[in-house]
Design a protein around this ligand. Sequence first.
Ligand SMILES: [Zn+2]
Length: 284
Amino acid sequence: MPEADTVWRVAQRLNTVLAGQPLRLVELRWPTAADIDLTGRSTLEVTRRAKHILHRIEGGWTLRTHLGLDGMWQVWRPTDMTPTSWHNPETRAVLGTDDWLCLGQRLRMVDVWRTSSEGEKLAHLGPDILAPDWNADVAASAAAALSAHGDTIGAAMLDQRPMSGVGTLWSAEVLFAYRTHPWLAARDVDPELVTEMVDWLRVMMLRSVEHPVPSVTGSQRRGERTYVHARSGHPCRRCGTIVRVQGIGPPTRQRPMFYCPTCQGGLAPGDRGGRLGPLGSRGR
Ligand SMILES: [Zn+2]
């Protein structure tokens, strides 16, 4: 799932091509967003908060999209497309200017809001790990909220309420970096360690924004970008133990968590250490 660093790059790209330009073509293939006509209005800017992409549009409107698990925004020169190219059942949004055509594919959320209501609509989100106004106080409050979480530390990292913008890749990687068992109760993890993890995430995700694809190791080569995420069945880069994966979080919203049982203090609950389960081949 695209996390704040990826979403940042997407919003930046959309901003480059859309800002200041009138929208000549707007199609929102989403039942609740279809009745507001944004055609003819200019995009003021495209920005993001956590994993939400926000197109601020003339007249006080915001188009909010979310990439979900595997959504994307594609940017095309209209001349490179045939008129049928965007008649794709996966296309949820089409935004065209004189020079560009932006296609939102497999988006998980599409909404048109009053720009003035953005804050209220996104009020459930905790501090955004890549917020421009991030500072030591914000970091401390995010760390305190993570430490006070009633679930495991892995689930707390994935929950967007204590801190937002982090998903399965970065939560697995930070817990590996700090040799922390993802299934430990958040309250049982040393709060100073949680503070260090938050600082690490901020630094690493800011650095990742500079890369075309997220990288924890510094390598941009496929299969070499992470230590544990999406590496189940492969040897740990630190100790050689086979990296494993298990669902984490509330039963109805389980997400894959990759980990090294040796570096991170044991198997996940329910993982008997045998062959990898059906999640073992999943992940990015
Ligand atoms: Zn290891």
